[in-house]
Design a protein around this ligand. Structure first.
Ligand code: GLU
Length: 480
């Protein structure tokens, strides 16, 4: 039985790359009838952010990525929050010390810092010099008895480590490149690197899916699995989601997180559909997938090792496709707050307006710009009346508006149908093309190059009085 896990550190926001990882973990498990586990990796207490775990739960819930086990739903291998497992890890570290696969290190921060400056210019790669590896049993016992602060380090053995990754293939590294990493910190907490291995084993995780920034640590994890005599999971490392050719998408650089996208008016379903395709190609020629369809279509073979570029234009297009397909009541519940904030004029049929915009927007927030003409006729240039395809000129528009006004004024019933029929009858009488009348009327009513609906719908929406006012304003502007 395949078991995957999403192991986020609660940072306070959901990075798009992390959400994609969660999605692939879910899809890998569900496409094989397996289980998907949520585990919160909060051992880095300094980075702990209040409320951050709620963001993780909410994101998964909104995205339709349902975990079978996790802190909030329980499961046979809990607790699923690492800080609650804190006391377990030491026992494993001590087992390794016992086996000669790990050792106590009492080095002070000052000593470790001095190691860094000795290798000036390469501070970040300064490896621990194994100073404490040579301590005698007695020295160690004495220091422990004295209460000297310590960490426990992994003892990397000689040789090379080879492993297979489903995306990157076979990788071999010389162990000399690996540091004797810390397993248990001086505060008693495990490091992320240690807790991750212990938990993956204890939670029976078969497939480890994560960002490729962990590829270089994987040999160290494998040495730990070997030291314990445990089975190594299948690895699936994912290339980063990029902002452009050169830089990764990053919240720190102001790129959108999942919450930011929701606030910008994207639908969770569309975001999920879009990010599924960032690094995975379906074998079928299709782009629109519900999460259940993704489960059906998903195959690890479709994962790519080339970084994917996050394209907001494509996401907006896809979001528009999802908005079009929403049933109207659902759409209206999303559109209503934006409409109410944008349209203050009494008596405007917001539902009707919503039905016009539904097929014309990429995001819910675009509605605001689209309906801004309702409260107040925007300032516009008379050149807006000139339309090549409809073969209209300013003079012609002036003439046609002058004919339209008295006809509309005379209407007793002010509905889309009655307005449309009256204009069409007039068009017939004048022997002109539809566009040569409807374009100037639409322009005068909206003052914009595009509007969410045509001339008669606009007139009905704005009401008789306001419509005639705007048409007369058009006449006035065109009269030179
Ligand atoms: N806690 C790690 C992170 O948030 C998880 C890495 C992993 O999946 O192993 O990046």
């Amino acid at each position: 039985m395949i078991r995957t896990r999403f192991a986020p550190s609660p940072t306070g926001y959901m990075h798009i790359g992390n959400l994609r990882t969660a999605l692939y973990e879910y899809l890998i498990a569900k496409s094989q009838g397996g289980k998907f586990v949520l585990r919160i990796e909060d051992t880095d207490r300094e980075r702990f952010v209040d409320g951050a775990t709620d963001i993780i739960y909410n994101t998964l819930k909104l995205s339709g990525i349902k975990h079978d086990e996790g802190p909030d739903v329980g499961g046979p291998y809990g607790p699923y929050v690492q800080s609650e497992r804190k006391n377990d890890y030491l026992k494993y570290a001590l087992e390794l010390v016992e086996k000669g696969e790990a050792y106590y290190c009492f080095c002070t921060k000052e000593r470790l810092d001095s190691l860094k400056s000795e290798t000036s210019g390469h501070e970040q790669v300064a490896k621990y010099d194994r100073h404490c590896l040579s301590l005698s049993k007695e020295e160690i016992a004495q220091k422990l008895a004295d209460g000297t602060p310590y960490v426990i380090r992994q003892k990397i053995k000689d040789g090379t480590t080879t492993f297979h990754d489903e995306v990157y293939g076979d990788i071999t590294v010389p162990n000399a490149d690996l540091e004797d990493q810390i397993l248990i910190k001086s505060d008693g907490y495990p490091t992320y690197n240690f807790a991750n291995v212990i938990d993956d084993h204890n939670m029976h995780i078969t497939h480890v899916v994560r960002g490729d920034e962990y590829l270089s640590s994987t040999p160290k994890y494998n040495l730990l699995y070997d030291a314990f005599g445990w089975d190594i999971p299948t690895y699936i490392h994912l290339p980063p989601v990029m902002k452009d050719q050169h830089s990764k998408l990053s919240k720190r650089n102001g790129d959108a997180s999942f919450q930011d996208l929701l606030e910008k008016g994207y639908l969770p379903e569309a975001i999920i559909n879009y990010i599924a395709l960032l690094g995975w190609s379906p074998s079928v020629n299709c782009e629109i997938f519900t999460i259940d369809e993704l489960v059906e279509a998903f195959d690890i073979k479709g994962l790519s090792k080339s970084p994917a570029i996050f394209d907001p234009v494509k996401l907006t297009w896809m979001n528009g496709e999802y908005i079009k397909k929403l049933d109207f009541d659902k759409f209206y519940s999303l559109a209503e707050p934006v409409l109410k904030a944008s349209v203050k004029t009494d008596g405007i049929d917001l539902k009707k307006l919503a039905s016009y915009v539904q097929t014309r927007i990429g995001t819910i927030n675009e509605i605001a710009d689209m309906v801004d003409f309702v409260d107040e006729l925007p300032k516009y240039e008379t050149s807006l009346y000139v339309h090549k395809k409809m073969k209209t000129t300013e003079e012609m528009c002036l003439e046609h508006l002058k004919k339209a006004v008295p006809v509309l004024e005379g209407l007793d019933e002010w509905t889309n149908d009655s307005i449309y029929n009256a204009l069409i009858a007039l068009i017939g009488e004048l022997g002109i093309k539809n566009g040569q009348m409807l374009w100037p009327v639409r322009t005068a009513l909206s003052g914009k190059p595009t509007s969410p609906c045509g001339a008669s719908e606009l007139a009905e929406l704005l009401g008789k009085e306001e419509s005639l006012k705007r048409l007369n304003k058009g006449i006035e502007m065109l009269t030179k």
